[in-house]
Design a protein around this ligand. Structure first.
Ligand code: FAD
Length: 317
């Protein structure tokens, strides 16, 4: 069973999820006694994948694919899978890959399991563990088709170095005009330096911060930690912060290693989107705030007192 991964990039550079996916694929390949091939689209330097155990890269360079087009990208992945005779195709759980995976699955008549966590529980029958109910539970799913597609949950496996002798092949699959039914014309830039999708640490603020003029304390903390900034829904609805920072059930999902919630009450719709984060720290002046029930660490107190002090302490490290 050969393995193909789609190693995602943005503006020509690999996204962090590509390295996590490669690390995961290598481990699965070892257990199956096979190799890992990656397909890349308009990535400038693909050699980085050799650090994470990828054996071969199918490098696609095509100006028509400069903007994300789900149908066209899915067609490229499908053709790469067919070329390699791949039986197991792995994608991440980014916004782009969540679009792509079902399209690839339909075109290859493959079974698709999203939100997979951990290595396959068994390979014959093929069982995987998946996050369910906003990461509050797991289920075990069996994929019955010959070709199988997995969407790896973000930040669920980790990045592990495992050097390989990488070979690169230019790959130029034909793409029809019908593949471009939808075209992304522009991309909204995330305001912070680190994007929420790639962040190990996310510092998030709620209505408890009282107004946009007070976000400096949160941004200072995020800068010291190299974190992305995020916010609750009302904060972006009030235009205190851009909509790209809204996290939760109706916003972006967050699966960070550390999620720091400042002045956020912990409504169920917020928790649903951030529950997959590994360590949750809550700073709230109300000891009865629901967020404390799901927090790993909690600080009861005024954010305007605690956050600047915390930032100063962290600067000292
Ligand atoms: P508040 O509920 O007003 O809480 C502010 C918190 O700040 C309080 O706990 C308070 O104790 C604390 N605080 C006040 N002053 C201080 C201080 N000085 N220092 C420290 N703490 C302080 N919400 C989301 O976030 N994401 C979603 O995706 C989302 N989707 C939704 C979907 C639907 C269909 C619905 C109905 C709602 C959704 N919501 C979502 C809204 C959600 O229900 C809550 O209303 C929202 O999360 C509350 O935001 P908040 O915690 O910032 O504000």
């Amino acid at each position: 069973m050969s393995i193909l991964i789609y190693a995602e990039s943005a503006e020509g550079k690999f996204r962090k999820v590509a390295f996590e996916l490669a690390s995961y694929a290598k481990k699965v390949a070892e257990s199956l006694g096979t190799t890992v091939t990656a397909v890349t689209i308009n990535t400038t330097d693909v050699s980085e994948l050799s650090k994470y155990g990828v054996d071969k890269v199918l490098k696609v360079t095509n100006d028509k694919l400069a903007g994300f087009s789900a149908k066209a990208y899915a067609d490229v992945i499908k053709q790469a899978a067919q070329k390699e005779g791949a039986k197991l195709i792995l994608l991440s759980s980014t916004t782009d890959s969540i679009y792509l995976s079902p399209l690839v699955a339909v075109s290859l008549e493959a079974g698709f399991a999203s939100n997979v966590v951990g290595l396959p529980v068994s390979t014959s029958p093929f069982h995987v563990r998946r996050n369910a109910f906003s990461s509050k539970a797991f289920n075990i799913t069996e994929i019955l088709t010959d070709v199988k597609i997995l969407g790896l949950a973000k930040n669920s496996y980790g990045i592990f170095e495992n050097a390989s002798a990488l070979t690169t092949e230019d790959f130029n699959p034909p793409i029809g005009e019908n593949d471009f039914g939808i075209k992304v014309e522009s991309v909204e830039k995330v305001s912070g330096k680190v994007s929420i999708a790639d962040a190990d640490i996310v510092v998030s603020g709620g209505r408890g911060l009282k107004g946009p003029e007070n976000w400096g304390i949160l941004e200072n903390l995020a800068e010291v930690l190299g974190a992305a900034t995020a916010c609750s829904k009302p904060v972006s609805d009030l235009d205190w912060r851009p909509h790209s920072e809204h996290v939760g059930q109706t916003g972006k999902p967050v699966a960070a290693n550390l999620y720091i919630a400042i002045g956020i009450s912990g409504a169920i719709q917020h928790i649903a989107g951030i529950n997959a984060s590994k360590v949750k720290v809550v700073i709230n002046s109300d000891p009865e705030a629901p967020f404390f029930k799901v927090a790993d660490y909690g600080i009861i107190g005024d954010a305007f007192d605690i956050v600047p002090r915390l930032t100063e302490k962290l600067k000292a490290f």
